[in-house]
Design a protein around this ligand. Structure first.
Ligand code: ZN
Length: 146
């Protein structure tokens, strides 16, 4: 099972989905994790209340990139509130104690639960989701050190 998680992370790092920023995003946010050197920018286009396009760009470790790639796939087509609810669930699931169950049945997102075994990498995995929450909210830059 752990190898499967690792394979998903490595695959998304090597071939990130939705990489590159769209032309005219309605919402965007930057996020950085100075502890690891991860920097991401995400941009999305809301079509009414629904996320039409969502992309990311940036540099960082395999976990931060894979998590961003998984995030774009999981939230494309969701409504604003569904996407925000999912992002909160992932952030709380990874940062909270033993909440691996929140990932059950979430497809490839389950791979993120493997990060719980490496507390030092949790911020790498939550970065893209924090950026999404910011993009859907006030758009303020996110830093894990604040
Ligand atoms: Zn990282």
């Amino acid at each position: 099972m752990e190898n499967l998680y690792q394979d998903i992370i490595l695959d998304h790092n090597r071939r990130p989905r939705n990489y590159g920023l769209p032309g005219n995003p309605t919402n965007r946010a930057r996020a950085r994790n100075p502890l690891c050197g991860d920097e991401l920018e995400i941009a999305l286009s809301l079509e009414g209340e629904r996320i039409g396009e969502i992309c990311f760009q940036g540099q960082g470790c395999a976990i931060s990139r894979a998590s961003a790639s998984l995030m774009t796939e999981a939230t494309k087509g969701l409504s604003r509130s569904e996407a925000a609810a999912l992002a909160r669930k992932v952030v709380e699931g990874l940062d909270g104690p033993g909440e691996a169950a929140v990932f059950a049945g979430q497809g490839e997102l389950e791979a993120l639960s493997g990060v719980q075994q490496f507390p030092a990498r949790v911020k790498c995995a939550t970065l893209a989701w924090q950026a999404l929450l910011s993009a859907l909210g006030d758009g303020r830059p996110v830093s894990t050190e604040e």
